[in-house]
Design a protein around this ligand. Structure first.
Ligand SMILES: [Zn+2]
Ligand SMILES: [Zn+2]
Length: 170
């Protein structure tokens, strides 16, 4: 959803829309949008910036970091982002305050792409590690079986010294 910020009505304008999963292309192999993503909140106009705050909701499918099993998870992100409106930031380096200092982005023209905002927020909130369950046993490093499902016998063999060395590394 694209908002023309010159057409924001009143100091605060509510926004609410649903983006299809395909509109938010994350390009993450182990983290995928699993359904429509809702974005709801409001846009507040300040003198040199606009502030967008609200909530992103939906469902995602995340692959377990250990056993790569895909698990569906709810998506729920609170966000509060500020954008400097065009022309307020100098690109000539004369201005002392840059967008990076303020932790804000500059708007691209007069339009705010809320779908893009949602995508950025989702990417920012992807967990570094995700386990399908706290005690996920992961995949056997020898036979590749999912050790949550199969009790392979690899661990019972006399451990090959090369594997033992690898195990010590972990
Ligand atoms: Zn797992
Ligand atoms: Zn095994």
């Amino acid at each position: 959803m694209i908002v023309d910020v010159t057409k924001i009505e009143g100091p605060v304008m509510p926004v609410s829309f649903l983006a299809e999963a395909g509109q938010i292309a994350l390009d993450m192999p182990n983290y995928r949008i699993a359904g429509p993503v809702s974005i709801g909140g409001e846009i507040e106009r300040h003198i040199v910036s606009i502030e967008v705050r609200g909530k992103i909701g939906g469902k995602v499918t995340i692959d377990c970091t250990r056993c790569v099993r895909p698990v569906e998870q709810p998506l729920s992100i609170d966000f509060d982002v500020e954008y400097l409106t065009e022309g307020r930031l100098g690109s000539d380096g004369e201005h002392e305050i840059g967008s990076a200092d303020l932790g804000t982005d500059e708007l691209d023209g007069n339009t705010l792409d809320l779908t893009q905002l949602a995508r950025e927020q989702i990417l920012l909130n992807i967990p570094e590690q995700f386990l399908c369950r706290e005690d996920c046993k992961g995949l056997c490093e020898k036979c590749g079986e999912n050790r949550n499902l199969v009790d392979c016998i690899c661990g019972q063999d006399d451990i090959d010294p090369r594997w033992a060395a690898l195990k010590n590394l972990k």
